[in-house]
Each structure stands twice: as structure tokens, then as C-alpha cells.
Design a protein around this ligand. Structure first.
Ligand SMILES: [Zn+2]
Length: 429
């Protein structure tokens, strides 16, 4: 089974930019329908192919490759109860697709036929691919990572290249069993941009967001000295959940920071690995149905150590009068988060369909962000996308985290870009 092969994200811009954002893929070799993949006991041996460490045509000369590998492993092992051991290997190729691999979990950049095959359909669609082998009980037996040999990587933020450490941190999340996250600002979001999108370096996926940390703790438990952790929230969207509709569910803490996210098709959801504290739970239906369930709060929960808070929400339908899909900065729009610094004001761009400044209001659930009144403007980006800009003020006291952008009309349509603004994490200058 192969999923989440998202097509190249469109980037609308007043400048001519060529494919600056890539999706990436994970290929799963095992029975469909098995979920919550994980390694037994959280012990994982990773073999680093010599092809990654020697000079190669697609990693910039003098890059700190060994450091990027070490830090991308430590990002995960420092927040969860996992033991990632690495060694060097002469192996070059990933295990071919099939019921089982060779048992070696390899990170490779070699241009061998087996590796190149993973990118042959669309050489510029994915920065890297991870192939995960698992058994019927969902226990991962092997996971191989291939860096796309057709694109350029670096470790120093060189514009026009992909950040190697960000890419590896994302792929190691897959290697550990994580799927993609709907949170724009998370490391496990399906899209990430090369250095230069929005006119800035893009190193933010090196740092895990609260959403990534909750997800890995939910699989393996917290690290040994973690006093803030953990509790759970579970619940269901009651009556009226339509067959085959997918909803995104997410939680925000008392400062409006996204704490965890998931998707549900049957209405059931569960968050584990949450820091202790108060949360508000939100949901929105995804897809393009005309009558749909807009973004809304479905309840509040207090998470206590070892406890599970229970909530349920009843959906209310609204007519779809607009779509909110893109966020951006410096005249560009994309499906990835924008990084901001505290104490400043930015012009933020939003893109979608039917974004009418006279009917639309934009808001936040955090005290740290505010829209400067009277600054929402309509912009002409052609017929395919509707674009507005607005001034957003960031409080000096704003704490690091991912914050959701909400847009709504009087008719009750409300859409959220979950974690669309990211504060304090490699802020753009
Ligand atoms: Zn991915």
C-alpha cells in the first residue's frame, strides 16, 4: 500500500518560482488496515549507508552530514521512550517492495536502480521516501529511507536546496511509525519547502512541534525524566457523521497553541501523550462537499497524569461559501506554515476560494496574535485562486508554538488552517 503521494503543491506567486515545495511519501509494505505501527520495545537499529557520508552530487560539499543525522535522531529519542542506535553500513539499496525486507533499516542516498525506482514516476515530487515493513500486529520489522537523488540537499540553509536535517527528521518520524499530520507547522506535515520559499531559509522542521511530540509519546511513552507527561483525551463526534467523510480533530492549550492532532472517518478519536493541563478540542470536516461541518469547538478537557478525559461533539452543517487552503508571506502562498517572531507585525497572505474581505473575518484563539483592524485586502492572483492579505500583530510575550488561523463568514462557514502560523521556531527575518 502506498499513501499520501500528494501532488506537488501549487505555489502562486507574483514572482516566477519553480516548484519550491515538495510533498514526500511513505510506502507501507504490509496488510492494509493495520494502524498504529510501532517498533517492539522502542529499540531501533539504523544503518547509515556509506553513500550518505561520502561526497555525492546531491548533497552540497562540506555539509555537516554526520551532525544532521545525529541531531535528527536525537530530536525523537530525547522526547520519547525510544532507543535509536546507529552504525555505518556498506549497503547501498533499500529492500524492494514485498512482504518482508532484509531486516536492515537503511538510510541511503545511493543512485542504485532500486533506490532511483522509488522516484521514477515523478522525480521531483518527493524529497525522500520511507518504506516501512510491518507484521499483522502492526510491529515494524524494517524501515528504509531514501533521499531523492534528483534534488539538492544542504545543511547551511543555502537557498534553492532542501535542508538535510529537516528532511531526515521528518523521515525518521515515518521510520518510527508516524503518519502525516494535518498541523501545518509540524515536522510530520506532508509538505515542506526548500530554502527560499517565502524568501527565507526553511530549517523549522528540524525542531519537533508539540503535535509531533504528543504523537511519538502516544506510540512509545514519554522520556524517562519527563514530569509534564502524560494524559489522554478520547471522544467521538456523535450522530450525523456522514459515511466516508473525514474530519480533522485537534487540541489547543490555554494559550491557543496546537497540542496534538488526528483524523477520523468513523467519528472516534483519541489523543495520548499530552502534557498535563487544560485543552479545548476542535474539529472540521475536510473534502469538498457543499454542505459540510465547519471548524468548531467540540469541548474542553482537563488532562491529568495517567488519566483519560472524555468528550463528545455534535456536528452542525453549514453551506460552503468559501475555502481556505493556503497561507504565505512576502507575496507567496503555500501549504506550509509561516514562521514569525514575537514583538513584530507581518503582512500575511491567505489563499483559497471566494475570500471576500467584505464578508470574511479572520481570527485567532490565542491572546498572542491579533489582526490589525481595517487591513484585510483583496489581491489579484488570477482566476484560479482567491487571495487576501492582512496585518497580523505578534505579542512580545508570545510563546513558541503552532497557532491556528480561523476564517469565517456570517453564514456560519468557518475554516481553520491548523497550526498555520508558527512562532519562535527559526523566525523569518
Ligand atoms: Zn512524509
Amino acid at each position: 500500500m502506498r499513501y499520501q503521494l500528494r501532488k506537488l503543491v501549487l505555489v502562486f506567486t507574483v514572482l516566477a518560482l519553480v516548484s519550491p515545495v515538495l510533498a514526500n511519501s511513505v510506502s507501507l509494505a504490509g496488510d492494509e488496515g493495520v494502524s498504529n505501527l510501532r517498533w517492539r520495545n522502542g529499540v531501533v537499529r539504523i544503518s547509515i549507508s556509506s553513500s550518505v557520508l561520502r561526497e555525492s552530487s546531491n548533497i552540497k560539499r562540506d555539509s555537516d552530514v554526520a551532525g544532521a543525522i545525529r541531531r535528527s535522531i536525537e530530536a525523537w529519542s530525547s522526547v520519547a521512550n525510544i532507543d535509536l542506535q546507529q552504525s555505518i553500513s556498506d549497503k547501498q539499496s533499500v529492500s524492494p517492495s514485498g512482504p518482508a525486507g532484509d531486516g536492515v533499516s537503511l538510510i541511503t542516498a545511493a543512485q542504485t536502480p532500486e533506490n532511483v525506482l522509488l522516484f521514477s514516476k515523478d522525480p521531483e515530487n518527493a524529497a525522500a521516501t520511507t518504506r516501512v515493513f510491518y507484521n499483522k500486529r502492526g510491529i515494524i520489522t524494517e524501515a528504509d529511507i531514501v533521499l531523492n537523488p534528483f534534488i539538492q540537499f544542504s545543511t547551511d540553509g543555502t537557498l534553492g536546496t532542501f535542508d538535510l536535517e529537516s528532511t531526515l527528521t521528518h523521515e525518521i518520524g515515518h521510520l518510527l511509525g508516524l503518519p502525516h499530520s494535518p498541523v501545518f507547522g509540524s515536522t510530520m506535515h506532508a509538505n515542506y519547502g526548500k530554502n527560499g520559499v517565502f524568501g527565507v531559509q526553511n530549517l523549522s522542521s528540524r525542531t519537533l512541534s508539540a503535535d509531533d511530540i504528543a504523537a511519538i509519546r502516544a506510540l512509545y511513552g514519554a522520556g524517562p525524566d519527563d514530569d509534564e507527561c502524560c494524559g489522554s483525551i478520547e471522544g467521538r463526534l456523535s450522530a450525523g457523521v456522514k459515511q466516508g467523510k473525514t474530519s480533522e480533530i485537534w487540541v489547543e492549550d490555554s494559550n491557543g497553541r496546537v497540542g496534538a492532532s488526528t483524523q477520523t472517518t468513523d467519528g472516534e478519536f483519541r489523543f495520548a501523550g499530552l502534557n498535563l493541563g487544560k485543552y479545548r478540542v476542535y474539529a472540521q470536516e475536510i473534502g469538498h462537499a457543499r454542505a459540510f461541518v465547519p471548524a468548531r469547538e467540540i469541548g474542553d478537557a482537563v488532562v491529568e497524569r495517567g488519566g483519560t478525559a472524555s468528550i463528545s461533539g455534535r456536528p452542525a452543517y453549514a453551506g460552503r461559501d468559501f475555502d481556505l487552503t493556503f497561507v504565505g508571506l512576502n507575496g507567496q502562498l503555500s501549504e506550509m506554515a509561516v514562521s514569525l517572531a514575537p514583538g513584530r507585525t507581518y503582512t500575511i497572505y491567505l489563499g483559497g476560494r471566494n475570500l471576500d474581505p467584505r464578508k470574511l473575518s479572520v481570527s485567532f484563539t490565542t491572546p498572542f496574535l491579533s489582526v490589525v483592524p481595517g487591513t484585510i485586502r483583496s489581491l489579484d492572483y488570477g482566476d484560479d485562486v482567491s487571495v487576501i492579505s492582512l496585518e497580523v500583530r505578534i505579542s512580545r510575550r508570545a510563546s513558541a508554538g503552532d497557532y491556528t488561523i480561523y476564517a469565517e463568514t456570517e453564514k456560519g462557514g468557518r475554516r481553520a488552517l491548523i497550526g498555520g502560523l508558527m512562532i519562535g521556531n527559526q523566525p523569518n527575518s
